[in-house]
Design a binder for this molecule. Structure first.
Ligand code: FO1
Length: 323
């Protein structure tokens, strides 16, 4: 069993950015990622794992830099022909990306567990860090909107996250609970120095991870410091519909809302200097607050944010030791 020093919970493109930064700060064997499975779905008979694949491509240096998802240097012959044939081309599958979905689906049909398939994909892309699907089985995100309940990709891609979101719910299937290696990493891994919740969308990307049976309690019971990087800076979400969704849920668009959301299981939150005046409110909740630039544009930013997370974790460990 691997014994990673740092575990990062991530989903979507924002989380993948921090993951890339973390990879630059330590040997890959010291890093593990727990990825959201809520966006997974079957499309054209193939099983697609968007957040898992986006992270694998990003860490392998193969992500499409413009789209943030899918492959760079991609070709789209399949997608164009699919459209010509009147197929569901609303969800774009590039030719190289398609090979991954086809192989994954074939392995599922052969009865291989999802965890085994995930490990084979990580190795196929030459990665030496652990990337675990948070759920052992399936746990799909269903988006409840003013227009009714939508499957995640229908809401996020087909409808471009435009419908008013009123709630999300999660539909677990198959083996319950977290991926066994993830559970072991949290419960038995004495090498674990810290857990980082990436600046992913709390409602669409992190909530589905925490909805995995028993996981929230395992993280809360983890002896190592647990921190979150705010996905909100200056009243806006850095990327994606986080701010829109917070507004639709009647939540203040602020790092304070994020801190409150995770209060029962984190030790601290990293906020951007523009939100400096909120540090007092966060500390009044009994949480530590680390102030550092957290907007990640280029690789240098990503590494800088990763290093800030690691020094914050060191500070928290020191405080835990010195009563
Ligand atoms: N997002 C889009 O907005 N449009 C797409 O056509 C699309 C295709 C796609 C294919 C493979 C994949 O792994 C991700 C893809 N995504 C697309 C992104 C995906 O919907 C999101 O990355 C996650 O589900 C949420 O972060």
């Amino acid at each position: 069993m691997t014994a990673p020093r740092i575990l990062c919970l991530t989903g979507g493109i924002g989380g993948a950015k921090l993951a890339r930064g973390l990879m630059a700060t330590m040997p890959p064997e010291d890093l593990a990622f727990a990825v959201n499975t809520g966006d997974d779905f079957t499309h054209l008979g193939m099983e697609v794992w968007p957040d898992f694949d986006t992270l694998v491509y990003t860490l392998a240096g193969l992500a499409n830099p413009v789209l943030g998802w899918g492959r760079k240097d991609e070709t789209w012959a399949f997608h164009e022909e699919l459209g010509r044939l009147g197929g569901p081309d609303w969800f774009r599958l590039g030719d190289r990306d398609l090979a991954l979905h086809a192989m994954r689906t074939q392995r599922l049909r052969e009865g291989q567990p999802r965890g085994t398939i995930a490990q084979a994909i990580v190795e196929a892309f030459g990665l030496r860090c652990a990337i675990w699907r948070a759920a052992r089985g399936e746990l799909a995100t269903r988006v409840v909107t003013a227009e009714g309940e939508l499957a995640f990709q229908e809401y996020f891609v087909a409808r471009q996250a435009k419908p008013v979101l009123t709630n999300v719910r999660f539909a677990p299937q198959g083996a319950p609970g977290p991926e066994p290696d993830l559970a072991a990493c949290l419960a038995e891994n004495t090498a674990l120095e810290g857990v980082i919740i990436a600046p992913s969308n709390p409602v669409l990307s992190i909530a589905p991870i925490l909805a995995v049976d028993g996981l929230r309690a395992m993280i809360g019971a983890c002896p190592a410091p647990v921190i979150v990087v705010s996905p909100i800076v200056g009243g806006e979400s850095i990327k994606g519909p986080t701010a829109k969704i917070f507004a639709e849920l009647g939540r203040e668009i602020s790092p304070v809302t994020v801190a409150r959301e995770y209060k029962d299981m984190i030790d601290g939150i990293v906020i951007d200097p523009v939100d400096r005046e909120l540090a007092g409110m966060i500390e009044d909740m009994g949480l530590a607050c680390h102030i550092a630039p957290i907007v990640m544009q280029d690789d240098a930013d990503k590494e800088a944010v990763a290093r800030e997370c690691l020094s914050f974790i060191d500070d928290l460990s020191a405080r835990k030791k010195a009563p």
